[in-house]
Design a protein around this ligand. Structure first.
Ligand code: C5P
Length: 238
């Protein structure tokens, strides 16, 4: 467990465990947490997760579970046994599904149960996309309503855009964990991200943790870049 409360979660968007472990040589659990998503988990599986947990890293297992309540309950229970620090579900899976996920965490019997957060509206979904799904509320209202439901189910927080963080803090106060992707240190390429924020701006807006991938993983000197980002966030470390 990192003792310095790193705010940066590095997105391990690699396709193999070899690439991942090579990158890991340049960082330590004291300076970052790590996110494993669908690509890496599908290629490298739970063994890699366990390996990284055993190395002392806090792992955010970003698999966005969305299924019938019983299946999600069992999947979350399995994730708890991997020793992950955080995991997530799709709020659109509904109240019963999220309650089943929460119940799995609460009964997991592990020393440190993971934090359970939800994804509301994917940033790739716009107003027209919501309409096609039969949702005629605005994107913002949908985010608010799904967040309200997630917190009522006892979840610890949400994945959201850093641009929404200030609004989320106004609506839901200080306690929910807000995990925000779409972060770009000043001077780095935006890649395919449309609306970006610097790490400092995102923390100032109310983010709890920042998901940062390519600006660190594709950097010629990942450790230097991570150290630079962490130095800019010193005031937010507890
Ligand atoms: O490389 P980059 O910093 O853009 O990576 C961002 C990470 O956050 C990726 O793993 C991406 O899948 C994830 N993410 C995102 N936007 C969302 C939700 C997740 O970029 N709305």
């Amino acid at each position: 467990m990192p003792n310095t409360d790193p705010k940066v979660i590095v997105a391990l968007d690699f396709s193999t465990s070899e690439q991942t472990l090579k990158f890991i040589e340049s960082v330590t659990p004291e300076i970052c947490r790590l996110k494993i998503g669908k690509e890496l988990f599908t290629s490298s599986g739970p063994d890699l997760v366990k390996q990284l947990v055993d190395m002392g890293f806090d792992i955010f297992l970003d698999l966005k579970f969305h299924d019938i309540p019983n299946t999600v309950n069992k999947a979350v229970a399995a994730a708890c046994q991997l020793g992950v620090w955080m995991l997530n579900v799709h709020a659109l899976g509904g109240r019963a599904m999220m309650q089943a996920a929460k119940e799995a965490v609460d009964s997991s019997n592990v020393v440190k149960p993971p934090k359970l957060i939800a994804v509301s509206v994917l940033t790739s979904t716009n107003q027209a996309g919501l309409h096609e799904l039969g949702i005629d509320k605005t994107v913002q209202q949908t985010v608010i309503d799904l967040t309200k439901m997630s917190l009522e189910c006892g979840l610890d927080g949400m994945v959201c855009s850093a641009n929404e963080a200030e609004m989320m803090r106004k609506q839901f106060g200080a306690s929910p964990i807000l995990v925000t992707p779409g972060i770009r240190p000043a001077g780095s390429a935006s890649n395919d991200q449309q609306r970006i924020m610097t790490p400092e701006m995102a923390m100032k807006s109310g983010s709890s943790y920042l998901v940062i991938g390519r600006p660190i993983t594709q950097h010629a000197h990942p450790l230097d870049e991570l150290n630079r980002i962490n130095a800019s966030l010193e005031v937010y470390r507890s």
